[in-house]
Design a protein around this ligand. Sequence first.
Ligand code: PEP
Ligand code: MN
Length: 336
Amino acid sequence: MIIQLDPNIAAADKEAIVGNVKSLGYKATEVKTQEKLYIIGIGKKDFDIRLLGQMKGIEDIHRVSDDYKLVSRKWKVERTHIDLGDQVIIGNGSLSLMAGPCSIEDEGQVQQTIDHLVKHGIRIMRGGVFKPRSSPYAFRGLGIDGLKMWYTLARKAGIKIITEVMQVSQIAEMYDYVDVFQVGARNTQNFNLLDELGKVDKAIMIKRGISGTIEELLYSAEYVFAAGNEKLMLCERGIRTYEKASRNTMDLNAIPILKEKTHLPVIADPSHGIGIREYVDPIALAAVIAGADGVIYETHQKPEEAASDGQQTLDFEESARLIDKLKKVYALRESF
Ligand code: PEP
Ligand code: MN
């Protein structure tokens, strides 16, 4: 059960509610986010919800049978909007596009990417400065200095930044230079990291684990929400299957399923989802038809020279064509 409290509730009224929840045999957990104050009741016993609903200080009360609660759409039917400022809003019914290189490499690359995004009206740039690489000898990112350089150039152009945070100790140093913290597929179940991201007032995008189920992704989001951060979105980026013809298997099924199960925005990553440049477009377009709130993809001025993931990265001409197609397919979806 989710009990939404009056944010100005008196301490004694809150105690009385918690006491009542416990007396029903439920475990009560208080959750305070940047938006609201909740009591989450975990238990199985049946009871008359009106007995609680009438108590002083309760704004709303819902039964949620799912094991994840706060991210469930059974509780909140309106969709979550994430406002990044400067009219950049994710999940408000528009199609959010985020593009940029796999890795941030140097000033020239960042400026060329920014110019490309600005030309095509994309407001959010992706890029990694802390890179999770399978081999320790591969390029592992420019680190915090690269992020600062990127931030300086991006801010001048009104571009927002989404970038991966790999560990708890990076959150504080990255905080001022990031608009959206990305939790990568290898960290989806790093519960310490999720807990800490719950304590910051910044948007978070959680990618689906490489072998993670949809339910596990929702639980990961629940960790962040329950720790206090509701500015959350989810990303389908392909999963590992027995198929070897593509890097990953983009699970398009996950998009309508997630849209049904959660009120959080759902973003598709076709670049990692299929991992082959030539096929990024059809998967991106299919994800939009499937209901994605946004698409995040990799682009680079010279993909063949990219420090990472060049094989799945679009050049700027390909990116421009994809943007055009995405807009058309999005308009088609909205006309259904
Ligand atoms: C990335 O976005 O470059 C990345 C490493 O993604 P993932 O965590 O999905 O592999
Ligand atoms: Mn990549």
